[in-house]
Design a protein around this ligand. Structure first.
Ligand code: LLP
Length: 417
């Protein structure tokens, strides 16, 4: 579900013309629709209403504070993976007691920052990390809420780069050794063992991997009870997929129907970490055709956004729909083309061998489903300024991130005499 549609032949986000935004803000830019964003959040929250829960939005999917603030106001917590994301979550007004912190490589500085802030819990991924948390908490005179991230060894049936819950992945602690790690953690002086965590992957379009993983997790929680470790929080991670092309992922309520009955029996607060499903289809990236060219009979549309602005097609061969901002009038020719960016790499494309309406030079196009892992994965490669981000509310829009300036590019750099 999303709020991008053609009104009078021009693509709008809610009631705002994307052409108008392009005229005023320039291209490329990301545009997010507040109505879609909040409705995705609320549909998710509604689906799991029956069980005590915290929905910790995965900040990595899109970390703009303007957007985080909207979700936080709606009641969301945050799932973070770095000190930088913690900083953003706090700036956006997130209650520290709704923040969970995952990631295999938390530095001492980051652990200290999180302890001083008083986050709900660290999702620890190794015994050395547990020791580090315990030591730093001791030094600061703080107590650290901790969950262990276990690896349930479930195949999420998604792209290998974004599957995280298999034995061969670097994430979490294997179920085989996790009990030992729990024993270890429960003996630590400055650690409160309050939870368990798992996250099996991203863009998951089937229900069964979630169900299998939750079943394994709950069987493990039972084992913890047997050794008298009673936890309060069960964090089942994120990963629910969205429709980019023709995928038919389960709706949050369909997922809930399968997993809520067992989770309900736990007398625990259930934490969810959705990212993509909240923000993915709430955003598009708008770019302009700079040139159309032919090489060896192949059509290339060179646009002003590149892999530095949206890396998913290059990195994961991900499919992102392409829409002209002007509805193609009847009879407009279709061509098979590559949509490529200005970056000096052959891997710089937004779409490959795609049948699209014939574009004219200077025409605008929207790359759909770009709200998640779009801007947040962008870079300055080729010394390109990162683009503007806009949040639409009805017929108004707000620039929630200015386009970078040339000076931004060299901020902090120095020439040595
Ligand atoms: N929790 C943890 C611990 C995670 O590592 C992730 C995503 C999430 C939650 C949120 O997952 P989601 O609900 O968004 O699927 N860059 C890739 C996706 C990487 C996902 C990394 N972890 C992409 O563009 O497809």
């Amino acid at each position: 579900m999303h709020d991008f549609q053609f009104l009078n032949g021009v693509l709008h986000c809610e009631e705002t013309s994307l052409e108008k935004v392009a005229r005023e803000v320039g291209t490329p830019f990301y545009c997010y629709g507040r109505r879609t964003l909040l409705s995705h959040y609320n549909v998710y929250a509604e689906a799991f209403r029956e069980i005590p829960n915290i929905i910790c939005y995965a900040v990595k999917a899109n970390s703009n504070i303007g957007l985080l603030h909207e979700l936080v106001k709606e009641g969301a917590g945050c799932d973070i993976v770095s000190g930088g994301e913690l900083f953003r979550a706090l700036k956006a007004g997130c209650d520290p007691k709704k923040i969970v912190y995952a990631g295999v490589g938390k530095s001492a500085e980051e652990i200290e920052y999180a302890l001083k802030t008083g986050i709900l819990m660290f999702n620890a991924e190794s015994s050395q990390e547990l020791f580090a948390i315990d030591t730093i908490a001791g030094r600061l005179g703080k107590r650290a809420g901790v969950a262990l991230r276990v690896n349930p060894d479930v195949d999420p049936k998604t792209h290998p780069y974004i599957s995280t819950g298999l034995k061969k992945n670097k994430f979490g602690i294997s179920m085989a050794t996790a009990l030992e790690e729990y024993r270890l953690a429960s003996r630590m002086d400055n650690v409160d063992v309050i939870g368990i965590h798992q996250h099996i992957g991203s863009q998951i379009t089937q229900i069964s991997p979630f169900v299998d993983a939750v079943d394994r997790l709950l069987a493990f929680v039972e084992k913890l009870r047997e050794i008298n470790i009673r936890i309060k929080y069960i964090d089942v991670g994120g990963g629910l997929g969205i429709t980019y092309k023709d995928e038919a992922p389960p709706l949050p309520k369909e997922l809930a129907r399968e997993i809520v009955p067992t989770l309900k029996k736990q007398a625990c607060t259930i934490i969810f970490e959705p990212g993509r499903v909240i923000v993915g289809n709430a955003g598009v990236m708008v770019t302009k055709v700079l040139y159309a060219k032919m090489n060896e009979g192949k059509t290339f549309y060179v646009v002003d956004a590149g892999m530095n602005d949206l890396v998913r097609p290059s990195l994961y061969q991900a499919h992102q729909e392409i829409q002209p901002l002007h509805q193609p009038s009847l009879g407009r020719e279709k061509v098979e083309a590559d949509i490529v960016g200005p970056i000096c790499e052959s891997g710089d494309f937004l779409a490959k061998d795609r049948v699209v309406p014939e574009f004219k030079q200077g025409e605008l196009m929207a790359v759909m489903g770009a709200g998640a892992y779009g801007f947040s994965m962008s870079s300055n490669y080729n010394s390109r300024r990162r683009v503007a981000e806009v949040l639409v509310a009805g017929d108004r829009y707000h620039v929630i991130r200015e386009r970078e300036t040339w000076d931004d590019l060299i901020r902090g750099e120095k020439m040595v005499d």
